[in-house]
Design a protein around this ligand. Structure first.
Ligand code: WT7
Length: 635
């Protein structure tokens, strides 16, 4: 896979132009050169956004695990595929080679078959970040079963909803999980969920923490004895290009999660291509993405993308602050990590801590730093650049979504000059457009609008499980013949994109359009402030006014609040203008966040508007307890 590295900006523009002018040829060349196919495609792309219907590599047949595992055995059999770093630093690291991965995936696949799982069946995976999580997803893919990984921090109710929505026959879980100094009884959560899921016939249980758990006769089975008796060869199921590979749930504007369906060939081609170029992967690199496989980032950039490239990919079971806030940096030093991919929320949390945690460790192996999940504010970007990358590592701010399957807008290291807070340029094949409120495309540079994508790309979700209508309404009706991302963006004078946040977070104050992200960025520049969130609340004269929730750093906790409020509005005035000043500023110890680290603005909006009775379900939050604190201290 040598020649799909993009090496300089000129080459990027060349490749980009080709990908737009002749997408069929562009993707066909990549597909031909870098993958193993059982049967070639008849057409590269057929599409119609009005239905919407998107088919990539129609007629082709393949199995993604042959591409992620089998074909590497000859050249990389004894190379580490999965490098497992356990929660407890005293437990030894596991190096799982491609040869071992092959055997373990095949054994697991044979166990699934013995449980009666067939091509097209849905299997729910509810596991901690242990090797079995990656192996279980691959085992499903080996036999053509559709995996639905549910992040193992979701509650029993959330788990049951997802199991029922896609009618899963089998659940794969563990006796428990480690999270820092704590353990979590995963199996108990599964037992609760399964009181409401008649579709589930069997449960396979991985022994991880060794706790005594309830095993329901005939339904629940320990995995290990079954694996021990399973053959290490399992013929891969031959899949059609557009057969579903997995379902992954994402929350929407309504309560019901959306089961985004990703299919086989296009997803494989695009995640492999973007992994290679976004991280400039080289044969001996050790790549680490800190996400959980329960999210799309983990699917695409811990499992499929890296393995399709024959990479060594790290799986870390624990949290950033166990046993202390130096753990990430310790892991980087220990395994000589070359590419490190994490989220702004983690960066900000780490930046709040004493720098001695960073300075203790040798981070000189690092070559590239990545960020994903939300806009990265300027202060966090510089902290990351200075203290982690030592100003030598390009930072790739990668914009994408569960729905897009892979990275859409991102610098390509060494080719694209970076610019703090900018995701910069579209990947080859990606055609972003900005739209105004009336659905007209805004051309030219130095403009902002709603971010749409006007042409299909191989890894886009093809539908919402069992609800194609909702898929169409959510993504393809607001802007005719375009995929609507739900995000706002601006394009600067050279065509770089900056994602300004969800457009539902835009607040109109006195007829002015204000994005929350730029205001928060400005506030976060204040030396005493760790994090902030802005929402709108109804105002008699302005229509909406701004309400800020602000978390102070350790160093700011003894400051006078009224003085701080003045300083915050001073910074906003300086960076955006007096129109963006906050009417109310509440200091708080935390912000309600989703498990993936996103601030739940909906809850903050309701509290700021005194709508305490309609907060909705807060049980899936990372930190539900903070909601009460915020309500108690509301201004
Ligand atoms: C939303 C998608 C992509 C995997 C993790 C999140 C926001 C994501 C960025 C970025 C600004 C970003 C967008 C997007 N987002 N990456 N680099 N800069 N915003 O996946 O949970 O489906 O969320 O996350 O608002 O629409 P997700």
């Amino acid at each position: 896979m040598s020649n799909y590295h993009i090496k300089h900006l000129e080459e990027y523009y060349q490749v980009y132009r080709k990908s737009i002018q002749n997408p069929d040829i562009f993707w066909e060349e990549i597909a031909e050169e870098h993958f193993v196919w059982r049967k070639r495609w008849n057409t590269v792309l057929e599409w119609d956004f009005s239905k919407p219907e998107i088919k990539w590599f129609k007629g082709a047949q393949l199995n993604i695990t042959e591409n992620c595992i089998d074909r590497h055995l000859r050249t990389r059999g004894s190379k580490t595929a999965l490098l497992f770093e356990p929660n407890n630093p005293d437990e030894s690291t596991q190096h799982i080679t491609y040869n071992q991965l092959y055997k373990r995936v095949n054994q697991f696949a044979n166990v699934l078959k013995d449980q009666g799982i067939k091509k097209g069946d849905r299997v729910c995976i509810y596991l901690p970040m242990i090797p079995e999580l990656a192996i279980a997803t691959l085992a499903c893919a080996r036999i053509g079963a559709i995996h639905s990984v549910v992040f193992a921090g979701f509650s029993a109710t959330a788990l049951a909803t997802r199991i029922n929505d896609s009618d899963c026959k089998l659940v794969i879980t563990a006796d428990g999980s480690y999270r820092g100094a704590k353990t979590i009884d995963l199996k108990t959560i599964v037992d609760d969920a399964l009181k409401h899921t008649p579709c589930v016939k069997n449960v396979l249980v991985v022994k991880r923490i060794g706790s005594s758990i309830n095993m329901q006769t005939n339904r629940d089975k320990w995995l290990q004895p079954l694996l021990d008796n399973a053959l290490t060869e399992c013929e891969p199921e031959i899949m059609n290009a557009e057969d579903p590979l997995f379902i992954l749930y994402t929350s929407g504007s309504t309560g019901t999660p959306k089961g985004m369906v990703h299919t086989t060939a296009g997803y494989m081609v695009y995640t492999a291509f973007t992994f290679k170029n976004a991280f400039q992967y080289q044969e001996n690199d050790v790549y680490w993405c800190t996400a959980d496989i329960g999210w799309i980032t983990g699917h695409s950039y811990i499992v499929y993308g890296p393995l399709a490239n024959g990479a060594t990919t790290v799986l870390y079971e624990g949290v950033p602050n166990y046993p202390d806030w130096g753990r990430f940096w310790k892991i980087i030093e220990k395994h000589k990590i070359t590419q490190f991919y994490t989220a702004p929320t983690a960066i900000r949390a780490l930046a709040k801590e004493n720098l001695k945690h960073v300075e203790k460790h040798d981070l000189s192996s690092l070559k590239i730093l990545g960020s994903v999940g939300e806009p990265i504010n300027e202060e966090a970007w510089h902290w990351y650049d200075t203290n982690i990358g030592k100003k030598k590592c390009p930072i790739i701010d990668t914009w994408w979504q569960t729905e897009t399957g892979g990275i859409m807008i991102s610098p390509i290291p060494y080719a694209t000059p970076t610019k703090p807070t900018y995701a910069t340029l579209p990947f080859p094949g990606i055609q972003p457009v900005l739209m105004d409120e009336n659905g007209n495309e805004i051309k030219g540079n130095q403009v902002d609008g709603r971010l749409c994508i006007k042409f299909p790309w191989p890894s886009m979700a093809r539908t919402i499980w069992n609800n194609h209508q909702r898929y169409r309404e959510t993504y393809f009706t607001a802007y005719k013949n375009n995929y609507f991302t739900g995000d706002g963006a601006l394009r600067d004078e050279v065509g770089y994109y900056r994602i300004t946040g969800r457009v539902d977070d835009v607040i109109i104050v006195s007829g002015h359009n204000l994005g929350t992200a730029p205001i928060e960025d400005a506030i976060n520049l204040h030396p005493a402030i760790a994090e902030s969130a802005i929402v709108g609340f109804p105002h008699d004269i302005k229509g909406n006014a701004l309400y800020g929730y602000v978390i102070l750093k350790e160093t700011g906790t003894n400051r006078n609040h009224d003085n701080l409020r003045k300083e915050i509005n001073q910074i906003i005035t300086e960076h955006i203008g007096p129109i963006a000043k906050l009417d109310k500023i509440q200091f708080t110890s935390g912000l309600p966040k989703t498990r993936s680290g996103k601030i739940m603005r909906r809850i903050l909006r309701k509290i700021a508007s005194s709508e305490f009775d309609t907060l909705g379900d807060t049980s899936t939050l990372l930190n539900p307890e903070v909601v009460q604190e915020i309500i108690t201290n509301v201004l």
